[in-house]
Design a protein around this ligand. Structure first.
Ligand SMILES: Cc1cc2nc3c(=O)[nH]c(=O)nc-3n(C[C@H](O)[C@H](O)[C@H](O)COP(=O)(O)OP(=O)(O)OC[C@H]3O[C@@H](n4cnc5c(N)ncnc54)[C@H](O)[C@@H]3O)c2cc1C
Length: 330
């Protein structure tokens, strides 16, 4: 069993599509599989999921195991964990990758306990050391410390942070294999009786390419609207620090940071944000950070690619006007 070098990737879907982190996980999976001489085996579970399986096959998985049946229509932690466990017993992958989504964070510890397997959480980097061991890098204490972890068990389970790995650029198309997996009735400890969709704005911070965030430095709810205006102009999503939410300027769903969303946009604009560790730990994977703060010693400038020392109430209206002009001229 311990000779198997395959890397298994659990592909979560949302509205019929693989979630972003599922596609991202294929790149470290491919690197590990190539280094070890194994295959990348993706697993998709659901009902009518052929399109999602196709997308994953085209995104670089060598094999896609498709578990497609009406009973898998809705995510049930016990059922999905049982399916994955049965497949793991059959395939014996060296590593199982799970995306760091809400459901992924449920599944990983269950599977870890089923196999008595070591589990690395919130993995931001993976490498193979000189002796061929896999090393997972995970943040501690809100990202102030990065820890390298080696898992000695077989299999190994790793929960990968969304946005930490790039999607594969050159990918080949793998084969889709439809599989039947029988699950035992006694695996189900809880049934979902009803799913109620929250009537609230939906905010997809994790997948946003542009995020404009406001902090306490925005001063009040009216001025916070400038953050929303800039975000709308750039086709982005609005983020916020915890104090901006506690002030009631915007809802909790917009919180970025350790106890909010971990984001990885191409552009992150921080307006009136000091740069506390608990906020920075959530934006570390952004490609480009622009910070506006009136205090030139604000810690946010240490992580910003461009820092603007100034009053947000003066800088933001100018930015908004200039971007409008550029857009009108296009
Ligand atoms: C367990 C725990 C979890 C937490 N989780 C999170 C989290 O997920 N996300 C999060 O954001 N925080 C979180 N926090 C809170 C965090 O510690 C900080 O308090 C918070 O991030 C600070 O938010 P801020 O930058 O908006 O406010 P402040 O730290 O008060 O900074 C405001 C900044 O605005 C600047 N400013 C003021 N006026 C202006 C102006 N007119 N123009 C320009 N700049 C101006 C100031 O110079 C200052 O740098 C957490 C804290 C704990 C203990």
């Amino acid at each position: 069993m311990a000779d198997c070098k395959d890397i298994m990737v659990y592909v979560e879907t949302a509205e019929g599509n693989p979630v972003k982190v599922a596609l991202e996980m294929l790149s470290p999976a491919k690197e590990l599989a190539d280094a070890k001489g194994g295959k990348v085996i993706a697993v998709v579970i659901g009902n009518n999921i052929h399109d999602a399986a196709q997308k994953i096959a085209q995104a670089g998985a060598d094999q896609v195991l498709m578990i497609d049946a009406p009973e898998y229509e809705k995510y049930n932690m016990d059922v999905y964990a049982d399916v994955l466990a049965n497949l793991m017993k059959e395939i014996s992958p060296e590593v199982l990758f799970i995306g760091g989504t809400q459901d992924g964070k449920d599944l990983a510890p269950i599977l870890s306990s089923k196999f008595e397997a070591g589990c690395a959480s919130d993995v931001m980097n993976i490498k193979i050391d000189d002796t061929g061991k896999i090393v997972f890098t995970c943040p501690l204490y809100g990202g102030t410390i990065l820890e390298d972890i080696e898992i000695t068990s077989f299999p190994k389970i790793a929960v990968l942070r969304s946005g930490a790995f790039p999607k594969l650029e050159d990918s080949t198309t793998g084969e889709i294999i439809e599989k039947q997996v029988s699950i035992s009735n006694d695996c189900i400890h809880a049934n979902i009786v009803e799913t109620v969709k929250e009537i609230a704005e939906s905010v997809n911070l994790e997948e946003a390419e542009v995020i404009v965030s406001g902090g306490r430095g925005m001063g009040n709810k009216d001025d916070f609207k400038m953050v929303e205006d800039l975000s709308n102009l750039l086709g982005g999503v609005v983020g916020a620090t915890r104090p901006a939410i506690e002030e009631g300027w915007i809802s909790k769903i917009h919180q970025v940071g350790q106890s909010g969303k971990i984001v990885a946009p191409k552009l992150y604009i921080a307006c009136g944000i000091s740069g506390a560790t608990q906020h920075i730990s959530g934006i570390m994977n952004s490609d480009y950070i622009v910070a506006i703060n009136k205090d030139e010693d604000a810690p946010i400038f240490e992580v910003a690619n461009v820092g603007i020392v100034g009053d947000v109430k003066k800088v933001l209206p100018i930015m908004i006007e200039e971007i409008k002009k550029i857009k009108e001229a296009q």
